[in-house]
Design a protein around this ligand. Structure first.
Ligand code: PEP
Ligand code: MN
Length: 359
């Protein structure tokens, strides 16, 4: 099997992302080969992708060519010398993909979301030496994403990395799938050992914002990028709006700016050190003040218990929010931010008083 050196820290080490590219779907052998050979010629691809089984949101659209397409993938590998990856969603797909010696399997967002499917997949992969990448679930749940990874790891599967492709969101016009960057960041903190790849194609759902989302992932120190490329994007059989030509792909990847990673091992400049110390002090102060505030909340809680008064006072809450938002604005703090912070503090205050009232 082809050697694949994707690991957490790839970007930092190689000063370039690990790039996975190819069409949304393998449509015909000719389409797949023409696209992947053009991609290989750019010299900017580390692995080729194509969907062979396509989980489509609504029936009646192109659902993939099925197992036959696996032969096309291995042919693309032979022509380009690049490893190949396909999506698998059930034991039947896995059987075929492993038999065809596909280098890497990926689990799609609509599969990661389902623990039954994930367990079935894990059981089918047990004892094989398959390498797997796990896309985030369609809903914004870090727990489900981690759960899917753990089900695979529990049976000894080699989880090569994870793919961030954004989350379904009602009424969001800007993105097809909201990136909600905090979730992949939390995943990086929780699992600093896993390589993480950004999929700007499924986040954007269009061509024009691909470059900025890809750049943002580089700024956040993602290890790689998975992007959909088609020889004739406008006439693609699936996800036509977001696919790009090999030439556009080349431009986008070439114009990515790779920043230096500021690990603690690097000597940060003196100024930066100073600013960080200031931030540390301010955070300490903030936490101390929050502690003081909660002490007062407890006193009020005792008063409310003694007088049998309800915890939540709507008029008081509205007054607090209104005043603090005004104050925040005078300090260049957005109303949304102040509201979020106050809500977190208020929720905690209510919890504390609830405990006191019901003691
Ligand atoms: C895909 O990569 O083509 C795909 C189906 O993506 P997702 O699972 O992210 O929807
Ligand atoms: Mn797609």
């Amino acid at each position: 099997m082809t050697q694949i050196n994707l690991k957490r820290g790839y970007l930092e080490k190689n000063k370039k992302p690990f790039v996975i590219a190819g069409p949304c779907a393998g449509e015909t052998e000719e389409q797949l080969l023409e696209t992947t050979i053009a991609l290989a010629k750019t010299g900017k691809v580390d692995m080729l992708r194509a969907g062979i089984w396509k989980p489509r949101t609504r029936p009646g659209t192109f659902e993939g060519v099925g197992a036959e397409g696996l032969k096309w993938m291995t042919r693309a590998r032979k022509e380009t010398g690049l490893p190949v990856t396909v999506e698998v969603a059930n034991t039947n797909h896995i059987e075929h993909a492993l038999k065809a010696e596909i280098d890497v399997l990926w689990i799609g967002a609509k599969t990661t979301v389902n623990p039954f499917s994930m367990q079935e997949i894990a059981d089918a992969l047990k004892g094989t030496n398959a390498k797997v990448m796990v896309k985030n679930p369609i809903n914004p749940s870090l727990a489900l994403w981690l759960g899917a990874i753990e089900r695979l790891e529990n049976v000894g599967v080699n989880v090569l990395g994870v793919i961030h492709r954004g989350f379904s969101d009602f009424g969001n016009k800007k993105y097809r799938n909201n990136p909600t960057w905090q979730i992949p960041i939390d995943l990086m903190l929780e699992r600093p050992d896993l390589a993480i790849i950004n999929d700007p194609s499924h986040i954007c759902g269009n061509r024009h914002s691909l470059a900025s989302v890809a750049q943002k992932s580089m700024d956040l120190n993602f290890d790689g990028i998975m992007i959909e490329v088609h020889r004739d994007p406008d006439n693609a059989w699936s996800d036509a709006m977001q696919q790009i030509t090999p030439a556009t792909f080349n431009e986008i990847i070439s114009s990515l700016v790779i920043r230096n990673v500021m690990g603690y091992e690097h000597k940060a400049s003196q100024d930066l050190e100073e600013s960080r110390k200031k931030i540390d002090n301010i955070d300490e102060e903030l936490i101390r003040i929050l502690g003081q505030r909660m002490d007062i909340v407890r006193e009020i809680g005792k008063y409310k218990k003694a007088n049998n008064t309800s915890v939540f006072q709507k008029s008081r809450w509205e007054e607090i929010v209104g005043e603090r938002i005004k104050m925040g604005e005078s300090l260049d703090l957005s109303p949304g931010f102040i509201q979020k912070v106050l809500k977190a503090i208020h929720d905690e205050s209510i919890n504390i008083q609830e405990i006191i009232l019901n003691k």
